[in-house]
Design a protein around this ligand. Structure first.
Ligand code: SAM
Length: 263
């Protein structure tokens, strides 16, 4: 059992500790830890998920920013299994250095770092087997949204370019202490073994997606006019009167590749 009695949760570290045992069990069930896997938890906190993970896997690693938590979690895990806790900022952490087999990442992430952290991890994606994250539900909806949906945007395109996304279940605020103001959800991100629609230049793809969704009410003809002309849209058979939320990931890749080829 974890206890938060002797730790004052720190807001600046986004500390909302999971306390609902049935939710913890569901998370571990969906993650399905096995011995021999290279499991890494981001932000173990007081060990709510670490302990059941370690019981199943016997060996794992974790990255925790809050120094004051490390001796507590180490003490809790001592008799359970072999855990290496790296003190550091996950936003700057080199996950490629954590062993030779691709890592299975899990974390109940602080909401304020979720987006930059996912983009940081995407840069290291060849070292990642899969990721299971508890995030703000609204963010999970945006990550998993399909074209035509109001939640479909930059986050959906850039993450789905690299990963298959799956929303697993919603978690109410009452599962945490202190309870956050919003609903959370567990999402599974599985990197594609082979990128289905590869961009010639990732920076170019990121740029087109950013510009298009910065002005999501505008037609592509208007928002992308400095990058593509009508002939190029016609050659690609993409209707320039469309708005960005109507384009698939592969459409964005085709736009980015047309710009890269012209440059
Ligand atoms: N896993 C625990 C649980 O579910 O109860 C704690 C989750 S709490 C939402 C977030 C955890 O991430 C805290 O332990 C916090 O100290 C840690 N954390 C916050 N920012 C971090 C960062 N940049 N890098 C690594 N850990 C961080």
């Amino acid at each position: 059992m974890t206890s938060i009695d002797n730790h004052q949760p720190r807001k600046r570290f986004g500390q909302n500790f999971l306390t609902d045992q049935s939710i913890i069990e569901q998370i571990v069930y969906h993650f399905h830890p096995k011995q021999g896997e290279n499991i890494v938890e981001i932000g173990p906190g007081l060990g709510a998920i670490t302990i059941p993970l370690l019981k199943a896997a016997e060996k794992m690693q974790a990255v925790e920013l809050d120094r004051s938590l490390i001796p507590k979690i180490a003490a809790q895990c001592e008799t359970i299994g072999d855990i290496t806790i790296h003190q550091g900022d996950a936003l700057k952490f080199d996950f490629t250095a954590l062993g030779t087999t691709p890592i299975r990442l899990i974390g109940n992430l602080p909401y304020n770092i979720s987006t930059p952290l996912i983009f940081h991890l995407i840069k290291q994606i060849s070292s990642i087997h899969d990721m299971h994250f508890m995030l703000q539900k609204e963010m999970v909806d945006r990550i998993c949204a399909q074209p035509g949906n109001k939640d479909y945007g930059r986050l959906s395109v850039m993450i789905q370019y690299h990963c298959t996304t799956q929303k697993l279940f919603t978690i109410p605020p009452s599962a945490f202490s202190p309870p956050p103001k919003v609903q959370s959800a567990l999402v599974r991100l599985t990197p594609h073994k082979k990128i289905p629609h590869p961009a010639q230049d990732h920076e170019q793809l990121a740029e087109v997606v950013r510009i298009a969704f910065n002005q999501r009410r505008k037609t592509l003809r208007n928002s992308l006019k400095t990058l593509l002309d009508n002939t190029q849209f016609n050659n690609l058979e993409i209707d320039s009167n469309k708005r960005p939320e109507q384009l698939s990931v592969s459409d964005f890749v085709r736009l980015a590749n047309a710009i890269s080829t012209r440059a």
